[in-house]
Design a protein around this ligand. Structure first.
Ligand SMILES: [Zn+2]
Length: 172
């Protein structure tokens, strides 16, 4: 992706419609500490969010913003209640509109981004995308974080790990 103008940090406010008419691409990082709602929602957060946004405008269409937002966070595993680190990622596909009525007229492939004025708050956009990407239930991928669950594999009446152990004992 040689067209990415990599910058160390993403600006907070941008003239989104102007960027769209110019077909600009923005890439950069956002520090997680400027995203308070995300910080509240997670146990721990990585240092920053990686952001790439392509602004575009088709002839006669609304300005659009497409991109990728990604970061690492730590949540509580619902199974073992210990911290689990995971990647939050989102692929925003937004149509920039001025009113709710315009938002309703957008094609289904676009989520509305209602902006009556000119300056778009990118931090808010990034935070919103990440909050939507939060899993409803966070869990370690490996069920071994709760060994007695991992042990229950084949379906029979042995729901108890002790029964499972009994089966391993030599019978006489
Ligand atoms: Zn776990």
């Amino acid at each position: 992706m040689s067209t990415v103008s990599a910058s160390p940090s993403l600006p907070r406010a941008v003239a989104a419609r102007k960027l769209a008419s110019q077909g600009q691409r923005l890439g950069g990082a956002v520090a997680q500490e400027v995203l308070p709602r995300l910080m509240d929602a997670v146990l721990e957060s990585g240092p920053q969010v990686t952001v790439e946004l392509q602004f575009s405008a088709e002839e006669g269409g609304k300005p659009e913003i497409h991109g990728h937002v990604e970061t690492r966070v730590t949540l509580n595993c619902e199974r073992c209640l210990k911290p689990v680190e995971l990647t939050l990622a989102a692929e925003p596909a937004l149509g920039l509109v001025r009113t709710d009525a315009e938002a309703e007229a957008l094609p289904g492939r676009l989520d509305p981004c209602v902006l009556p004025g000119e300056d778009l708050d990118l931090f808010e956009l990034v935070e919103e995308e990440l909050l939507l990407a939060l899993p409803i239930v966070a869990m370690h991928e490996d069920v071994s974080c709760q060994p007695w669950l991992a042990g229950v594999d084949d379906a029979d009446d042995t729901q108890s790990p002790f029964r499972a152990l009994e089966r391993l004992k030599p019978r006489r």
